[in-house]
Design a binder for this molecule. Structure first.
Ligand code: ADP
Length: 622
């Protein structure tokens, strides 16, 4: 299994740049216009700012040399016109870029969801993926998700363009100063630059230490202290279904130990104070360096202006550029590390998106047969779950005859559900093959192959969506057909009580959603399987949550519900399998007996007889 990357180590600049490139590339793939719009908006905005500076400098110089009102008015009018157009264009571009952020955010998250759906089932449940999924969730909680990247890309771009503008506009004045300068002045400036470089480097080092330690600190904290919502969610770390079990078993102490005490450790507080110290030192170095350089630059240009070597307009231009230059340099020392940190918080998502599937994906189309002649055969199949030493199925062989109703019985852990999972290609066997009309199922196009199966898993899930959409597993559906399927699954009476019929939302995630019982949910899941009209119907303990009357109705109507399709019916209740023409008895990952109920009962010492006697005795005693 591939190790997931370590997030707490310090990264070299090269790696930060590579990370930035990866995230920006993904964002660009989702919307190639966001970044250019953003850059163009800032470019025009920055250009506008410098035009204003150039205009002020020009007016000052014109007044200094006694220029006329007409000249000043004409130039001002032209500048103002251009600036008006530029500013409007810049804000239009920036607004366009901003409007793209929310859809981009949604698409970015959809990418992760799609990846999850497309990923090998075995992979998505691997420890490696579990860590990544948790990190992605934690990273989203830590900052504003992708919006933090938008923000820091935006800030960095603006500062960077402003910096280029300051150099471009300030350079000609520098040229004038260089030719007019004196050796002593330049030596002092060079010394100031040298001191400034040293303090800047020191500041950056402290900043890097701050980011590195903070990153490790927040990651470690999130690892130890799960978020409340997360802890309350079903099927997550604490698995206590909205606090039901925690209340009954008074397990608050357990939760407190993991969720709260871990978040208030004194060593964490000490570490945080130390981390903040780095931030303070870094800030001090940066301010000292910037002020030193800026002050020195003003002194020099002031002296040169007094000596008459540069015009007042150039002083203004230079002062404006220097202010921007140092201001933006200072801003970049904050925004760039922030950008790197925000980008790094998306590397788990990137890593997740780059995971490759290992299962073979075939390209063979599945033949469409109106006669439903699809034959399935398991031939000497052996399978172990990833990371498990024991075989769940061993040298397993079974044929499904077209149109038959096959019941599968066996003790817990005998491999019944595993067989369904292999048939649906959630996993591939390590040995042997599963054939569809004589062809290995791995060779078929996955999405076409899966269309052959309607499945009700033991741990089926419904969506907090309208009932009809649940039945059709689609938002476009045939309402009448959905109602008919629900009636066939024994849901007719409950459907009549649904306030909006098939348009009623399930579950209280929505204000007017309706809660359904376990048995009612199971009927909806059966209706979903019927709606799909696939040639194979696979039902894994489909009546476990049903009351005896509903269960009886399902058996009674089973043939009509399933029609001429091939059906596999798993149940641990032997009496409920009698209506199936053939029964396969599973034991320790193999089929040990097949036959009708009567035939199997006649086999003295057989597994079926043993299971039957055990259950019959239970019912007698009861
Ligand atoms: P049944 O449906 O007959 O009760 P299963 O097919 O679910 O049995 O399980 C067969 C064997 O595989 C059992 O020993 C079970 O512990 C093991 N098993 C099932 N699911 C997993 C899994 N995801 N990872 C590891 N072992 C599993």
């Amino acid at each position: 299994m591939k190790e997931v990357s370590d997030l707490t180590s310090r990264l070299p600049l090269k790696q930060h740049l590579r990370n930035t490139k990866t995230v920006i590339k993904t964002v660009n793939r989702l919307d190639p216009r966001w970044l250019p719009l953003c850059a163009a908006g800032h470019l025009l905005g920055v250009a506008n700012g410098y035009l204003a500076l150039i205009l002020s400098a020009y007016i000052l110089d014109a007044l200094g040399r006694g220029g006329g009102f007409q000249e000043v008015f004409r130039v001002t009018a032209i500048f103002c016109g251009v600036m008006f157009l530029l500013e409007n264009a810049a804000s239009w571009l920036r607004l366009r870029a901003e409007a793209k952020q929310t859809p981009l955010y949604v698409r970015y998250h959809a990418l992760t969801e799609e990846k999850m759906l497309d990923m090998d089932y075995a992979r998505i449940n691997s420890p490696e993926c579990e860590i990544l999924k948790r990190r992605i969730q934690e990273d989203l909680n830590w900052s504003a998700g992708l919006f933090s990247v938008f923000g820091s890309v935006d800030n960095t771009l603006r500062s960077f363009l402003n910096l280029i503008g300051a150099v471009a506009v300030g350079l000609p004045v520098m040229g004038v100063m260089l030719t007019a300068g004196h050796a002593g002045v330049w030596a002092t400036l060079l010394a100031a630059v040298a001191v400034s470089v040293v303090t800047t480097m020191l500041g950056s080092r402290y900043m890097a230490l701050f980011n590195q330690r903070l990153n490790g600190f927040t990651d470690g904290m999130e690892e130890r202290v799960p978020f409340l919502g997360w802890a309350f969610a079903n099927g997550e770390r604490f698995q206590y279904q909205n606090g039901k079990d925690v209340r009954i078993y008074r397990a608050y102490g357990l939760m407190k130990r993991y969720a709260l005490d871990n978040g208030e450790r004194p060593e964490d507080m000490a570490e945080y104070r130390k981390i903040s110290g780095y931030r303070g030192k870094s800030g001090f170095c940066q301010v000292a360096s910037a002020q030193l350089l800026e002050g020195m630059a003003y002194i020099i240009v002031g002296l040169l202006a007094l000596a008459g070597s540069v015009t007042l307009g150039n002083v203004l231009r230079f002062a404006g550029c220097i202010r921007n230059l140092f201001g933006e340099l200072d801003a970049l020392t904050k925004t760039v590390p922030e950008l790197f940190l925000n980008i790094r918080k998306h590397m788990s998502t990137m890593e997740f998106l780059e995971l490759e599937n290992e299962m073979h994906r075939g390209s063979l189309p599945v033949e469409k047969r109106s006669d439903g002649e699809y034959r399935i055969e398991f031939r000497n199949v052996s399978f172990r779950y990833p990371g498990s030493e024991d075989y769940a199925l061993r040298n397993f062989s079974l044929k499904l005859k077209v149109g038959e109703k096959l019941a599968i019985v066996g003790m817990n852990g005998s491999g019944k559900t595993t067989m369904i999972k292999l048939l649906c290609r959630l996993y591939d066997p390590q040995e042997g093959e599963i054939l569809l009309n004589g062809v290995d199922i791995r060779k078929f196009r996955q999405e076409e192959y899966l269309k052959l199966f309607s499945v009700v898993f033991q741990d089926f899930k419904l969506f907090s969506l309208p009932l009809g959409e649940n039945v059709a597993a689609d938002c476009h559906y045939d309402g009448e057909k959905a109602e008919k399927c629900l009636q066939e699954a024994g849901f007719a009476e409950r459907l009549n009580r649904m306030p909006e019929g098939v348009d009623t939302y399930l579950y209280k995630d929505y204000e007017d959603g309706v809660e359904v019982s376990g048995g009612e949910a199971q009927k909806i899941a059966i209706a979903r399987a019927v709606y799909k009209e696939a040639p194979f119907v696979l039902l894994d303990e489909p009546t476990a949550a049903l009351d005896p009357v509903s269960e009886y109705e399902i058996y009674r109507d089973f043939d009509r519900i399933v029609g001429g399709k091939t059906a596999v019916y798993i149940s641990h209740r032997l009496s409920s399998c009698r209506f199936c023409g053939r029964i396969a008895v599973f034991h320790e990952g193999r089929v040990v007996q097949t036959g009708s109920h009567e035939e199997l009962l006649r086999e003295e010492g057989g597994k079926y007889r043993e299971l039957w006697d055990a259950q019959a005795q239970y019912y007698r005693e009861a």
